[in-house]
Design a protein around this ligand. Sequence first.
Ligand code: TH1
Length: 837
Amino acid sequence: VEASIPEPQREAWLKHQVSGFKDKDGFESEVVRHVETTLARSMFNCDESAAYSACSLAFRDRLILEWNRTQQRQTFVDSKRLYYLSLEFLMGRALDNAMLNIGQKDVAKAGLADLGFRIEDVIEQEHDAALGNGGLGRLAACFLDSLASLNYPAWGYGLRYRYGIFKQEIIDGYQVEVPDYWLDFNPWEFPRHDVTVDIQFFGIVRKSTNENGRTVSHWEGGEIVKAVAYDVPIPGYATPSTNNLRLWSSTAASGEFDFQKFNNGDYESSVAEQQRAETISAVLYPNDNLERGKELRLKQQYFWVAASLYDIVRRFKKSKRPWREFPDQVAIQLNDTHPTLAVVELQRILLDLEGLEWDEAWSIVTNTFGYTNHTVLPEALEKWSVPLIQHLLPRHLQIIYEINLYFLQSVERKFPDDRELLGRVSIIEESQPKMVRMAHLAIVGSHKVNGVAELHSDLIKTTIFKDFVTIFGPDKFTNVTNGITPRRWLHQANPRLSELISSKTGGKDFLTDLNELNKVELHVNDKAFRKEWAAIKLANKERLAKHIKTSAGVTVDPTALFDVQVKRIHEYKRQQLNIFGVIHRYLTLKAMSPEERKEQQPRVSIFGGKAAPGYWMAKQIIHLINSVGKVVNNDEDIGDLLKVVFLEDYNVSKAEIIIPASDISEHISTAGTEASGTSNMKFVLNGGLIIGTCDGANIEITREIGENNIFLFGNLAEDVEDLRHAHTYGSHEIDPDLNRVFQEIEKGTFGSTQDFAALISAVRDHGDYYLVSDDFHSYVETQALVDEAYRNQEEWITKCITSVARMGFFSSDRCINEYAEGIWNIEPLRVEKEEGA
Ligand code: TH1
C-alpha cells in the first residue's frame, strides 16, 4: 500500500513543517514543553535527571528532522551506500556530542542556565551507551562520527543489547561485575515497530526440482524470532548530515502458534517463549580478543546479520535495478569476522530466494563485502563447530561447504598437487569436531581484506593469511591505519585545549581537517601559548585528581607526573609489566636515604580497565595493582613520591576525563600482539607523551611525531618467536631486578602471596609467553628516562606541543576516506552547510 500523502494534501503538510528550535528562546520553550508534556512534570519537580531528559528530547527532535532530510537526500540521489556491520558500537554519551556536532552547545548552556541548571551537571546525568568491549567497538563509534561528518551515505547495523558491558566495582581489591541495565530511559533511540524481520533458526532443508530442471533448496520448519529495528541518529559535525545506526532487538514472533497456546491455557509457556526470544539480544559478550564458541553468540550473529541483510536487500529491491548492480549500490564492511555469516546469507538469498545461478550470485557477494581483521591472537580467531552450525543453520552449512568446494577447486587448479596447502586454507578445519574457520570464509567472501595498522597488516600477510596472499595475490590485502574522531577526543574531552588550538589555526577548521594542527608547531616557542598550554594540562590533572579522590579515596598531587594505563586488562597488554615496574620503583625508593628521595620525580601510577569475567589471570592482575596501592599509598617513607591508583569502571565517559590529564601513558603490549591500539592516538592528541613498545600504531605515531617525542623500549616483533622458542627449549634466566620484585611479593609485602603466585609463575615457570622478563630491564630504564625528561618542564612541553601538531594523520576522517576510496568506492553527498554550525 502506498503510504505517501497525495499531492493535493501535501500543502497542509508543508505549511506545518516542523523545524526544531532555532535559538535560545526556542530551545527553552522545547525543554519546558518536554518537561511538562512528554515527562509529565513541572518546574516544581524538575530535577537534573528530568532536565537531562527534556534537553535530550529537544536535541533528538532536531536530529530526527535532519535524519529524515538526510535519508530523503540519499534516497533521491540513489548513490552507493556503505553498511558497517559491527557487533559492538561503544558510543558513550550522546548529548554533549550532539550539542557540539550541531553547534548549539552555547545555546543549550545559556538556555539551561535560564531554566536553573548547569550544563555540566545535566550532561553528567547520561548513562553511557556501552555496547562494546574496547577498541573495536569504540572504533566503530568513531567511524560513524566521521562517516556522518564527511557526508557519506552510510548506515551502521548492530544489536540492541539490553545489557551493555558490565559495570565494574572494586570490592576489597577484587573486580565485581554488576549488570549494566541502560535502557530505563533512552531518548536517543526510535523504536520502529513497523520495521521488523522474521528470523529463522533450526529446521531442515528440502530439495526440489524446478521447471528448468534446477535443484532448489527450501529451508523449512524450525523456529522464528522477530527482529525489531531501533534507530539511533548519528549527527555529523558542522553539517546537517545525520546518518543512522540501526540496532536490532529480538522478540517472539507473534504468530498463530502462540495465540493457540494462549487460548489453550498454556499462558506460561507462551511467556517463556517470549523470554527465550528476547535472550538473543539480551547481553553483550564481555570478552575482548577472545572467542569462546557459545551457541547463543552464534545465534546473535545470525539474528543480526540476517535482519540487516533483509533490510539492505529490501532497500535495493525498491530501486528495481538488476541484481548485477547490487555491488554498485551496496558496500558492506565486516568489522572483524563476527558478521561473516552475512557472506553466506547473501549467497542464500540470491540463490534460494531470488533464483540466481551460483556463479552470478557469488560474484555479487564477493564484490559487495570487505573484511577488516583486528587481531592475530589465536584465541580470538573465530571458529564454529560444524555440528553446531548444522543444527542452527542447516542450509547455511550446505552453502559453506559449497563455497569451500569451489574455492579449493580453484586453488587446486592454480597449485596442483599441493595437498598441504589445501588443508591449510580450507574453510573447514578437519578436527574433531570439524570447525568452520570464519576468517577464511571472510577472506574468500570479500574483495578486500585489511589490517588496522601497518605492522599488523604486514603481519597478517606474512603469518596467519600468508597462503591467501599466494592464492589471491597481494592486492587483495591492504592496510588502513585506525583513527579517532577529534570531535569527541579533543573538542569534547578537552574544550580548553581545543579552544587554544583553534586560536592558532584560524578557527575550528582543524576539527574537520586535522592536518591543520601542524600550524600549532609555529607557536611552539610562543611564551603565552606555552603558559596557557601548561595551565590547561594542570587544570585537567586537577579535575582527575578530584575524581581519584572521590572514586578511589586517594589524595594525589596534581603536579606529580601522571602515568596512565587504561584499557582492557589482558596479559598481552601487559599491565603486569607495569605493576612489576611500580613495585621495582617502590623498592628503589625504599632503599634510598631521605636526602636521595628528595631528588626523585613524584609519580602517580593510574590504572583502569575491565577484566573479562571468566579471565582469572586478568583478575589477579587487578588484585595485585590494588594490593600494591594499599601498601604504597600508606607508606610514610614514600609520601607523594609514588601513588598507585586503580580507577573502577573505566568507560568512554571516564576516558574523556582521564585522557586529557595524562603526562605519560603506557602502550606496552608484547611486540606483534596489539593490532593497532587507538587510545595511544587519543593520549598524544591531548598533549600527553607515550611509553610504548614497537607495536601497532605506536610505530606510525613515532614516524609522525618523531622518535625524540616518544619513549620506545623492548624487543621487536621479529624477535618474539625466537625468544619464545628459547624460553621453552633453552634455559630461561629471569631479569635480576624482576626477581627482586618477585621475592618481595613472595615475602607477603602486598598481602596474600598465594593470590599472586600465578602471575609470577607465568613468567618464571611457564615460558613467559608475553616476554615480561625479556623487556623488564629496558622498560625500567626507559621509565627512568621519562622521569628525567619530565624534570625539564620546558623541554617536556615542547615535546607535547610538537607531538600534537603532528597528529593530523590519526583522524578517523583520514581513515574513513581511505576506506571510501580504496575499499567501498563511495562518494560523499554534496550538502549545503548550515549557518551556525
Ligand atoms: C581490537 C584490537 O585489540 C586493537 O589493537 C585495535 O586497536 C582495535 O581492535 C580496533 O582495531 C580488538 N578488539 C577485539 C574484540 C573482539 C575480538 C577481536 C578484537 S581485536 C571481541
